[in-house]
Design a protein around this ligand. Structure first.
Ligand code: GLN
Ligand code: ZN
Length: 758
């Protein structure tokens, strides 16, 4: 009969117990054996939960001490040379060294896991000689079986995905690497089969990206090798995050099951399966409960979809499962006590999704009164939120409907604005500025906490913030910076700060998700129409401006960044949400301008994070992302200077979109890929104001004047000196005061040298 399954369960624990254990261990407050014991407790607890809910195929080996890609590398003994690893089981100190760096060796790079906000550690193949150090999936399987009697389904990252996510080798060496890895994988699978494993889930999310012929052949080679080595083991080849590209080739692979995403790849996958059919000898893992979204599913719609699928695959060959691992959603809504009832009841985090999967699996077998009631109840809860006032803000809806059909253009083209702005501001050649935040000392964080606990009154807290602003305005003047900022001392987080002030947002108490390692984020929830209610930044900015004759830049987070770092409603298009945010932020931009602030920065560091995986959808996304930025900023006078800032990613292939934002000045992170970016400016002209970060703010090191001078000289070989600004790479929130002041002094010195040369 139809089985229920989950692709992976969150590691962090309902109260972030996992994070706390890891960090206690790193701080030396927990012995290694205590860490093992605690993590085992957490792991078993998660298994028990899934067992109690009635999940048939419970994933094992989805748990990790840090990251599952790192686990895979370490399992195969792939450890960068600098960690002085000599073979055999990889010690925990080496494992965490790769992830976090040691005093002698830099950490491995980390990067985004497909289009999620999870980050994995990039394996460095280089001169590694792979060997099987331990069979982690087997250990996990045996543990679940012995301790809980669970017949687990080991989850393993597949060889093609593993290789494609690794670095340190040339494309021409791909087959040689596979020849080394496949036998090791085979050994893992062999041992699993010998231990009695029935199903393994081999994750190959790269199958949702375009594969070349070579890769299709490699897939065949890999899975044929597995099939002949372990004919009795059932392999479920799992894909997620989009529809698969090479459906016809994939269904011919010699595996027993194929897992497809019917949430994020619904259209494509459904079309493939309807056009080409699904092989009668395989099992279909139907990912119909969203592993990434936080909303309750319409069980009625899901059931209809399942019924469509059962016309193509017999119920015995169907597995009802999550669309991806549940790693990307918080653990449970049960502990939330502060959300409005109609919102809370429309949410489904990991545990609630387990229930949905089980209900749907049961519903396929038979519909009894209990199941019908549950299906109806879900419908009612969703409708209640849908009808709520928060989702029906007519004024916003009307305004956005009319704005989206207008051209969001500034009153004058850049060339004219630039002259008018120069005349108004009289800035020197190579104006200097910073990105927004200054060090958030323990003092600042303490004051904020006290204020949140009502230990500081609003007046006391504002006075404290004003003191900070005073201090940093005079520091900036002393150093000789041209365009000042107020320092963002009142903000913990650049998204949360605005979310708390705009209508349409909600904040959970425990809705954490893993971002990388022990680092978790608690994204706001955009559940209603977003509406501007009160000025958000005017008071502090105006105050800062009153303390200096130099211009102070207002500082806002852009619509796309707010959206990409939040969980968003799914009843309307992301594009519409972006425009609602843009319209709300535009009102703040206008308020700042009205208050006499003549330079306004709208940060968009997270634009790239929303880029669709499918190439043919990327241009459309970038178009409306750019449009949202322009809606936010287009109504100001020509002399008001709009800045933006971007970081955290590669920009060299997005320069046209960045230019289309039409910001008067962009400050952009460069330190991590300076060469590449400069190179792309050689090929593309960029004809608006631009500051390439001249120093990396991620390290406590104070960069020398010479270093920054050479960065400046290099940039000026390709960029127009009249449009060039000088600034650090990003905000300085995480740095100390002393190093910040020294670095900025050097930056201003380097600027003086550059001015003298021009
Ligand atoms: N203005 C923000 C700051 O300086 C920008 C942060 C960011 O780019 N992530 O902190
Ligand atoms: Zn930044």
């Amino acid at each position: 009969m139809t089985k229920s399954s989950v692709l992976g369960y969150p590691r962090i624990g309902a109260d972030r117990e996992w994070k706390k254990a890891l960090e206690a261990f790193w701080a030396g407050k927990l012995e290694e054996n205590e860490l093992h014991a605690r993590l085992q407790e957490i792991r078993l607890d998660h298994l028990r939960k899934q067992q109690a809910k009635g999940i048939d195929l419970i994933p094992v080996n989805d748990f990790s001490y840090y990251d599952h890609i790192l686990d895979t590398a370490v399992m195969f003994g792939i450890v960068p040379k600098r960690f002085a690893y000599t073979g055999g089981a990889v010690p925990l100190s080496v494992y965490y060294g790769i992830a976090r760096g040691t005093k002698d060796a830099a950490a491995s790079e980390m990067t985004k896991w497909f289009n999620t906000n999870y980050h994995y550690i990039v394996p460095e193949l280089n001169d590694a000689s792979p060997s099987l150090t331990e069979n982690k999936p087997l250990i996990a399987y045996l543990e679940a079986k012995e301790k809980l009697g669970i017949e687990g389904k080991p989850v393993i990252v597949g060889p093609l995905t593993f290789l494609k996510l690794s670095k340190g080798y040339d494309a021409s060496e791909t087959d040689a690497w596979l020849d080394q890895l496949v036998p090791l994988y085979t050994q893992v699978l062999q041992e699993l089969a010998d231990a009695g494993v029935q199903w393994v889930q081999i994750d190959e999310p790269v199958l949702v990206t375009k594969l070349n012929d070579g890769d299709v052949q490699r897939l065949n080679k890999i899975y044929s090798a597995f099939a002949s080595a372990v004919p009795n083991l059932n392999i479920l080849l799992q894909t997620y995050f989009e529809s698969v590209e090479n459906y016809n080739e994939i269904i011919q692979l010699p595996v027993q099951g194929i897992g497809l995403d019917f949430v994020h790849g619904l259209e494509g996958n459904l079309q493939s399966i309807q056009t080409s059919g699904f092989p009668a000898d395989k099992v279909l893992g139907a990912g119909i409960i969203d592993g990434r979204g936080i909303w309750k599913a319409s069980l009625q719609d899901k059931l209809t979809l399942l019924q469509t699928l059962t016309s193509l695959v017999t119920p015995e060959r169907l597995i009802v499962q999550s669309s991806s691992s549940l790693l990307h959603v918080p653990v449970t809504t049960a502990k939330e006590t502060k959300l409005a009832a109609e919102l809370k009841e429309a949410l489904a985090f990991a545990d609630e999704k387990l229930d949905e999967i089980v209900i749907l699996t049961r519903a396929l077998k038979q519909t009894d009164a209990d199941i019908t009631a549950k299906i109806n109840e879900a419908e009612l809860k969703l409708q209640a939120l849908q009808r709520s006032g928060d989702r029906n803000r007519k004024a916003v809806q009307d305004a956005v409907a009319s704005i989206r059909v207008q051209q969001p253009n500034r009153s004058h083209p850049f060339e004219e604005r630039h002259l008018a702005q120069q005349e108004k501001w009289q800035l020197p050649l190579f104006p200097t500025t910073t990105i927004g935040s200054f060090p958030q000392s323990t003092e600042v964080r303490k004051a904020r906490q006290q204020w949140r606990k009502n230990e500081l009154s609003n007046e006391q807290y504002s006075a404290f913030i004003r003191d900070q602003i005073d201090n940093w305005i005079s520091i900036q003047e002393e150093i000789g910076i041209d365009v000042l900022v107020h320092g963002e001392f009142e903000r913990t987080d650049m998204v949360e700060f605005f979310g708390e002030k705009l209508a349409g947002f909600a904040f959970t108490q425990y809705g954490w998700v893993q971002s990388y390692g022990s680092r978790c984020v608690k994204p706001p929830i955009i559940y209603g129409d977003v509406e501007f209610t009160n000025e958000m930044t005017v008071e502090e900015t105006k105050y800062a401006q009153s303390k200096t004759d130099r211009p102070v830049k207002g500082m806002l987070t852009g619509p796309i960044t707010i959206m990409n770092w939040s969980f968003v409603r799914e009843d309307i298009e992301r594009e519409t949400i972006a425009y609602q945010l843009a319209y709300a932020l535009r009102q703040e931009v206008e308020a700042l301008e009205k208050a006499g602030i003549g330079m306004i920065q709208v940060d968009e560091p997270a634009v790239r994070e929303g880029l669709p995986l499918k190439q043919d959808q990327q241009a459309n996304y970038l178009d409306w992302a750019v449009k949202a930025f322009r809606i936010t900023t287009c109504t100001v006078q020509q002399t008001t200077q709009i800045h933006t800032h971007m970081c955290y990613c590669e920009f060299h292939d997005m320069i046209d979109s960045i230019e289309a934002m039409d910001a008067d000045v962009i400050s952009i992170e460069t330190s991590r890929s300076h060469g590449e970016l400069i190179h792309s400016f050689e090929e593309n002209t960029y004809e608006l104001g631009i500051g390439l970060g001249v120093y990396d703010i991620h390290s406590p090191r104070v960069p020398s004047v010479e270093e920054m001078s050479s960065m400046i000289d290099r940039a000026l070989r390709v960029l127009d000196p009249k449009l060039f600004w000088i600034n650090p790479d990003c905000g300085l929130k995480t740095r100390g005061q002393e190093e910040t002041v020294s670095s900025l002094k050097n930056m201003v010195d380097a600027t003086r040298i550059a001015r003298a040369k021009h």
